[in-house]
Design a protein around this ligand. Structure first.
Ligand SMILES: NC(=O)C1=CN([C@@H]2O[C@H](COP(=O)(O)OP(=O)(O)OC[C@H]3O[C@@H](n4cnc5c(N)ncnc54)[C@H](OP(=O)(O)O)[C@@H]3O)[C@@H](O)[C@H]2O)C=CC1
Ligand SMILES: O=C(CO)COP(=O)(O)O
Length: 318
């Protein structure tokens, strides 16, 4: 049996997709009132309105019920993951599949690393790649990366989670998979800024391409394999998120570029830009786009100054 921890848009979408064919799935939400409403309406009106919850999907606010599953997909925002696992009992000895995309501000770790640190006896894996919650919930074809350091165990998880419309590719590069998903959100902010500020689609294409170079540079120093960044978890998700207004990170970038307030809610790239700017500086590598996004978000620069600074950088080899 599978359970999903966190009934946001993504957790709900995964739970719907995995239970659609009648398989029992438990979805855990922290708020009992939300759970009562979901049970009553058979819909998560707060986070994924318009999608019916299949009959075999059980919603609960009791973490012990979710812990009856051997495989638990954890889909809470990145900055909430560490706190959630501070009560490790329900998660011990389980297979924990991290679905968050980001870098933990406090530790600089990715989601699988946070799991490994907080629940050392669990088997940690990462599910990531190009996938809007609504696409998954609607049963549209989606291909994702399932990364697990233990290849035989990863193969089992891959087969447990895959559905006819949710195709999973296996990787053993956990570091690369979790970084691709985190860093592409920062680049989606940059791409949105370019369009929002009226810099044009050519500028956005440059931001995506040079952003990808930054992603690979950072991933390299964190021990990721280059081919992982070229796959679904890196390039695949970068393309999706930098080109679609369904992305919250891209929309936040659009707002920033237009000089409007950045919308609230789960915009993972904001904290990731901050964490990665610090980590890159400590490691002595250049990440100019990431640093620009972070500085703009923090009000440390203005858009004209940021663009001028990027264009005035020394001319280098590609
Ligand atoms: N939406 C998408 O298309 C995709 C999202 N993701 C990733 O999934 C993660 C979650 O995103 P998403 O589902 O969209 O976010 P949402 O904003 O839709 O929902 C966040 C959910 O997390 C819950 N939550 C927040 N803090 C805690 C906490 N401390 N303990 C328990 N639950 C908590 C919220 O509960 P409450 O309602 O009570 O506040 C809410 O149910 C992110 O890292 C995101 O990058 C990955 C792929 C696609
Ligand atoms: O990760 C996602 C798609 O793969 C969702 O992107 P946003 O968090 O920007 O909405």
């Amino acid at each position: 049996m599978i359970s999903v921890i966190g009934a946001g848009a993504f957790g709900t979408a995964l739970a719907v997709a995995l239970s659609r064919d009648g398989d029992p799935v438990t979805l855990w939400a922290r708020d009992p009132d939300d759970v009562a409403l979901m049970q009553d309406k058979r819909e998560n009106g707060k986070r994924l309105a318009g999608v019916s919850l299949p009959a075999s999907l059980h919603v609960t606010a009791q973490i012990e019920e979710a812990a009856q599953a051997q495989t638990m997909l954890i889909a809470v925002p990145m900055q909430a993951l560490g706190d959630l696992l501070d009560t490790p009992a329900p998660f011990m000895g389980r297979t924990l599949v991290a679905c968050s995309k980001g870098v933990d501000l406090r530790t600089g770790l990715g989601p699988a690393d946070v799991i490994a640190r907080k629940v050392p006896d669990a088997l940690a894996a990462v599910l990531t790649g190009p996938s809007f919650a609504i696409d998954i919930a609607s049963g549209l074809p989606t291909a994702l990366t399932l990364a697990c350091g233990d290849e035989p165990a990863g193969t089992e998880i891959q087969h447990d989670i895959a559905t006819p419309n949710l195709r999973l590719y296996l990787s053993t590069d956990v570091a690369g998979a979790q970084l691709g998903g985190a860093l592409k959100n920062v680049m989606a902010l940059a791409a949105g800024i370019a369009i929002g500020a009226g810099l044009g689609e050519s500028a956005r294409a440059s931001a995506i391409t040079r952003g990808f170079a930054e992603m690979k540079r950072f991933a390299d120093i964190r021990g990721a394999r280059p081919e992982t960044l070229n796959g679904l978890s890196g390039l695949g998700d970068l393309i999706l998120t930098c080109t679609s207004e369904k992305s919250r990170n891209y929309r936040a970038g659009l707002a920033l570029g237009r000089g409007e307030p950045v919308p609230g809610g789960t915009v993972e790239g904001v904290a990731t830009a901050h964490a990665v700017t610090r980590l890159a500086a400590e490691a002595g590598i250049e990440m100019p786009l990431t640093a620009m996004v972070d500085a703009l978000l923090n009000g440390e620069t203005t858009l004209p100054r940021a663009v001028e600074g990027l264009l005035a950088r020394p001319l280098i080899k590609e």
